[in-house]
Design a protein. Structure first.
Length: 185
């Protein structure tokens, strides 16, 4: 184990590449369990491997390198979710979506409302499975954040993050659909 870190600290690319190839995919899957966002999961795992490459001589791995890598990925995922929460203007986003739907839907025909509603459902079906579950529990079953987190075995921050991303996508769709519907009338 320490031999691997020693070789990596000597900039042994072959050893590093073997470690990377052995653990990369499973670490991305693990990270995605926290983030439900494939590109961000890949970024975090790549950052972990960059850190390993640059700091191998400073690391003190007590158990196994694999366990150490998993711990680093988990910690970075948690920090990432915390950073999203800090910058999460959830109330502002909620306000904008309500404003769009209330103002524009008031002047929209029932037929157009049905079209928009069905397009939203189609969009939700294209979301990653985890995001779909969160959205459906929140909006179709009216679960609270804590209930969704318990039901799916994820953190409340993950629930909020998934809902934020879903609402952004839905808001974009609704805005463009309503513009198209107004052009057609």
């Amino acid at each position: 184990m320490n031999l691997i870190l020693e070789e990596i600290s000597k900039q042994n690319r072959r050893v590093f590449k073997n470690v990377f190839n052995k653990h990369y995919k499973e670490l991305v899957i693990y990270a995605n369990g926290y983030l439900f966002d494939q590109p961000s999961s890949e970024d975090i795992v790549q950052e972990v491997f960059i850190y390993l490459w640059e700091n191998a001589n400073k690391l003190e791995v007590k158990r196994s390198l694999k366990a150490y890598l998993y711990t680093m990925v988990r910690n970075r995922c948690i920090n990432y979710l915390k950073s999203i929460k800090i910058t999460d203007n959830y109330e502002f986003l909620e306000f904008n979506i309500n404003l769009i739907t209330e103002q524009v839907f008031d002047s929209t025909s029932e037929e157009d409302k049905r079209i928009v509603y069905h397009q939203i459902l189609k969009l939700v079906d294209t979301f990653p499975e985890g995001m779909q579950k969160v959205v459906k529990l929140k909006f179709l079953h009216n679960y609270k954040y804590s209930e969704i987190a318990d039901e799916l075995g994820i953190s409340i921050n993950t629930v909020k993050t998934q809902l934020k991303r879903a609402k952004l996508k839905i808001a974009e769709l609704v805005t463009s659909l309503l513009i198209l519907l107004q052009i057609n009338h």
